[in-house]
Design a protein around this ligand. Structure first.
Ligand SMILES: Nc1ncnc2c1ncn2[C@@H]1O[C@H](COP(=O)(O)OP(=O)(O)OP(=O)(O)O)[C@@H](O)[C@H]1O
Ligand SMILES: [Mg+2]
Length: 152
């Protein structure tokens, strides 16, 4: 487990950027972002996308559940999911299709569908520790990301 702190949205994006760079060459990673409303999940995801090589603007997927992006250079997939409203959508959404796929899958509000989550993932718990201070607790569950995380 590794803990990081940031003091602004820009610092959070930078932390995300570093993470995205580290995960860029992994074949398939599921990254769960857990934290209350406004804790910075989307802000972090925007940095991760940039570090991963996405050049499009990554917005909150709240109203669409899922947004797909692709790196222009090597066409790797970046999937940004927000499951906040999933319970009201029911079983129509096939999360497993994306989770079993390739590329980097970043999920906000992942524990809405706990039973669908894979057994290997990277988890980032975000806590608001001040008006603009955030704490990020990074753990690797099953997925061997300890070495990568030690570089952050
Ligand atoms: N250190 C920080 N890191 C990230 N965001 C911060 C920080 N300090 C203040 N903020 C503010 O907190 C908010 C974070 O919003 P963001 O959309 O990233 O949160 P979220 O966790 O995705 O929320 P939601 O649960 O609604 O999806 C923004 O308004 C941002 O400006
Ligand atoms: Mg969000």
């Amino acid at each position: 487990m590794k803990t990081k702190r940031t003091n602004s949205p820009e610092e959070t994006k930078h932390l995300g950027f570093e993470l995205g760079l580290l995960l860029k060459d992994e074949e398939h990673v599921v990254l769960l972002l857990d934290g209350e409303l406004g804790s910075g999940k989307t802000t972090l995801a925007q940095g991760i996308a940039q570090g991963f090589g996405i050049t499009d603007i990554v917005n909150s997927p709240s109203y669409t559940i899922l947004k797909k992006y692709q790196t222009p250079v090597d066409r790797r997939g970046f999937y940004h999911l927000d499951l906040y409203r999933l319970s009201s959508i029911g079983d129509d959404f096939d999360l497993e299709e994306y989770i079993d796929g390739n590329g980097l899958v970043v999920i906000e509000w992942p524990f809405q569908v706990e039973e669908l989550l894979p057994k290997d993932y990277m988890l980032i718990k975000i806590k608001k520790s001040g008006v603009s201070e955030r704490e990020f607790e990074i753990t690797c569950v099953g997925f061997p990301c300890q070495r990568a995380v030690s570089y952050i």
